[in-house]
Design a protein around this ligand. Structure first.
Ligand code: SAM
Length: 217
């Protein structure tokens, strides 16, 4: 049975307080204190393969946490907005990045990715937000991603991949997804342009990730 709007509002409030608690307790094993090691290469390769994307791009990073990826994308010359449900994560990111933000065009906001957007972007960078939401919300994630993008906007992201389908809710976060599940979630709203291995990553994540590149339909 489809979930009601109230179900998602309740879930969002719940998710927001759960993530906020994790940051307040310092229980954030996903935060490696640096951007994803493959981010810059992924951007360079993707921009080369996609002439419709010319720098500087406006880039949205959902679930940005303490904004290490935001910082790395800004250093490539793009205008970046990082959003996260957790006010503490955003505050920590602001304290770290404020000296750079005017120079590097960085914006940081406590905001739910699932809310209707006020602005649209050229590109979304996904890394550890898709795997943080419940598997039942993946289609909503893809729909929200499309709503945050300009015409022909793109989504580039590193996804946690498993060999098995139907990850049980109790197994995450992170919730791993089969390659087909990623494709099926995005198919109603995006065309798949490519997916490829992730050459460099954090220790312990080797072979668990795949880079996906989608274009909004
Ligand atoms: C596993 S953490 C990853 C954080 C960051 N990407 C990193 O790698 O350090 C997942 C993040 O997504 C955020 N998040 C979860 N659901 C969200 C939503 N609906 N909108 C915005 N942020 C969300 C959480 O608050 C959390 O910071």
């Amino acid at each position: 049975m489809p979930h009601s709007k109230d179900h998602f509002i309740d879930f969002r409030d719940h998710a927001s307080s759960l993530w906020e608690k994790r940051y307040l307790c310092g229980d954030t094993p996903w935060d490696k204190g640096q951007a994803h090691p493959f981010l810059k290469k992924a951007f360079q390769n993707t921009l080369l393969s996609s002439p419709s994307l010319s720098a500087p791009l406006s880039v949205l990073v959902p679930g940005c946490g303490k904004a290490h990826d935001v910082e790395a994308i800004a250093s490539l010359g793009h205008h970046v907005i990082g959003i996260d449900l957790s006010p503490s994560a955003i505050q920590a990111a602001q304290e770290r990045l404020t000296p750079l933000s005017s120079q590097q065009k960085i914006e940081l906001k406590t905001l739910d990715f699932f809310l209707p957007p006020k602005k649209q972007y050229d590109l979304i960078w996904e890394h550890t937000c898709f795997c943080a939401i419940l598997p039942e919300q993946r289609s909503l994630y893809a729909q929200s991603a499309a709503s945050h993008l300009n015409e022909q906007g793109k989504l580039l992201g590193v996804f946690f991949i498993s060999d098995d389908k139907c990850t049980e809710p109790h197994q995450g976060p992170p919730f791993f997804a089969h390659i087909d599940e990623v494709q099926d979630s995005f198919a109603p709203f995006f065309n798949l342009l490519s997916h490829s291995p992730v050459d460099s990553t954090f220790p312990g994540r080797h072979g668990e990730e795949r880079l996906f590149f989608f274009e909004k339909k």
